[in-house]
Design a protein around this ligand. Structure first.
Ligand code: HAM
Length: 459
């Protein structure tokens, strides 16, 4: 349990925030701006991504954690940083009926750190490796690949300051994209320790102050609040200004330099394609030393070129900042699932829909339909995927659907078969039919399907 001095107090607030209706009012309710439904055409891709996440994390010894969607607002204010875009303008924060201020989580690292401390994971063998696959919320301006609710596959390793852990996480993220059929490059940087960064920030601010006249209003705000964010600026004219700005590598202390060199050596060794990017500061305050992003290379889709599919870095100060044990290092990464699926679409590597039907069930008449429901369930229990069209009355209409599904077998149940306790088995290719015992039909169909599969394999 956290010590009392570090506990995140619930923040009681007197008045509830005024309710605002969505701007666009329509008779039929629609999804909120920036929120979306994931429909059937994307499900196979989402499943592939989730299965790969599951198998990679198992192979690398990560344990799953499921965390609540709501947290105390103070958790993100303290860890992500009060002057970041996320905390300043993107959090969905509200006051509940009990007057407590809470936030729909905008990211998972702070949460995972909170859980690590709260559940005493410091006493487990270190590093403690956690993963999650969950929705997060940011009130951003919606655009391609940017939503207000999005899913992340996150990896967090607490309790080690070894650069090999940084490299392992970068490797996992890059291989993950590669295995999905995506061409990516890892951009890496080091932000050093808070002490060395302080000197760098001072120099950076000095440099940009000399060029104040060339800065946009947004960048002037960054200059006073968070000068490091100027390196992230895409405002006109900034490319040239940044090129002459002091470089962070020149300000790294010896420990950070050594750490960074080691990470790069491991990446070289494992042939992870990377590029150094001294402007990669990331939008969250908790980073120390290594930062990285997994960026899409795609000539086929210019609007997605350069999009960050994921990002992460080391956060050695985070656990101590939230009241955990001093010197508890950490490093992690999160991949954006919607962006991965967009990239898979653009790269034409969407997996086919997973619809398997082994046998089609046709029924004629009310009695057959009633009996059919029970037989259908027997097939399901036997692991046989059955197609049906209980809503269709005629045999012709049902066989047409069976044809479209390209099933090798159909079973037909009419009034007579119900009375006799039999069922008709139809070979869809030859049209040959035979009457079999209804009680044994699941076993007979299973055997026929196996024969068909064996024939196919031998061909
Ligand atoms: P982040 O860079 O803010 O880092 O988000 C990671 C990834 O989540 C992004 O690269 C992107 O793919 C996806 N993402 C972020 N915002 C949106 C959005 N509005 N719509 C769609 N996708 C989005 C973090 O969240 C850190 N917690 C990562 C981390 C883990 N660092 C250390 N451990």
């Amino acid at each position: 349990m956290p010590s009392s001095s570090t506990e995140l107090e619930e923040t009681p607030v007197k008045a509830a925030a005024p309710a605002v209706e969505p701007k666009k009012k329509s008779k039929t309710p629609e999804t909120l701006r920036g929120f979306r439904d994931v429909l059937a055409d994307e499900q196979a891709a989402w499943e592939k991504v989730e299965e790969l996440a599951r198998s990679m994390t198992r192979a690398y010894g990560f344990n799953r954690i499921r965390m609540p969607v709501l947290e105390q607002t103070a958790l993100f204010e303290r860890s992500v940083g009060k002057d970041t875009d996320i905390v300043e303008k993107e959090m969905f924060t509200f006051v509940d009926q009990g007057g407590v201020k809470m936030t729909l989580r905008p990211e998972g690292t702070a949460q995972a750190a909170r859980a690590y401390i709260e559940h005493g994971m410091v006493s487990q063998s270190q590093p403690v490796k956690l993963w999650y696959f969950e929705p997060f919320f940011r009130h951003e301006r919606p655009q391609a690949g940017r939503y207000r609710q999005f899913y992340q596959w996150g990896l967090e390793a607490f309790g080690s300051d070894d650069p090999v852990v940084d490299a392992q996480i970068i490797l996992m993220a890059q291989r993950f994209c590669r295995d999905l059929g995506l061409d990516v490059i890892v951009q890496v940087n080091s932000l050093g320790t808070p002490v060395s960064r302080k000197d760098y920030i001072a120099e950076l601010a000095k440099y940009f102050k000399q060029h104040k006249k060339l800065l946009s209003e947004t960048d002037l705000k960054r200059l006073t609040k968070n000068p490091l964010r100027l390196l992230d600026s895409k405002e006109p004219g900034m490319e040239a200004l940044k090129a002459d700005a002091p470089q962070i590598f020149d300000y790294l202390d010896e420990v950070s330099k050594q750490h960074f060199m080691k990470v790069l050596e491991y990446l070289d060794e494992t042939e992870v394609p990377y590029a150094l990017n001294p402007y990669l500061v990331r939008g969250l305050d908790y980073y120390t030393k290594t930062t990285f992003e997994i960026v899409l290379n795609t000539a086929s889709s210019p609007e997605l070129e350069g999009m960050a599919l994921g990002g992460g870095g080391r956060y050695d100060g985070l656990v101590p900042l939230l009241g955990g044990r001093e010197n508890t290092g950490g490093v992690g990464c999160a991949m954006g699932i919607e962006r991965l699926v967009l990239a898979m679409k653009a790269a034409n590597v969407m997996p086919p829909r997973r619809e398997r039907t082994d046998v089609f069930f046709c029924q004629l008449g009310e009695g057959a339909r009633r009996k059919g429901l029970a037989i259908y369930e027997k097939f399901r229990e036997g692991g046989i995927a059955v197609g049906e069209a209980f809503g269709k009355g005629t045999l012709k209409a049902q066989l047409e659907i069976a044809d479209k599904l390209k099933v090798p077998l159909a079973v037909i149940l009419g009034q007579k078969e119900v009375l006799d306790g039999t069922i008709i088995l139809r070979d869809m290719e030859s049209g040959a039919q035979e009457i079999v015992d209804a009680a044994k039909v699941v076993g007979i169909v299973a055997k026929r399907l196996k024969d068909v599969a064996d024939e196919k394999a031998a061909a």
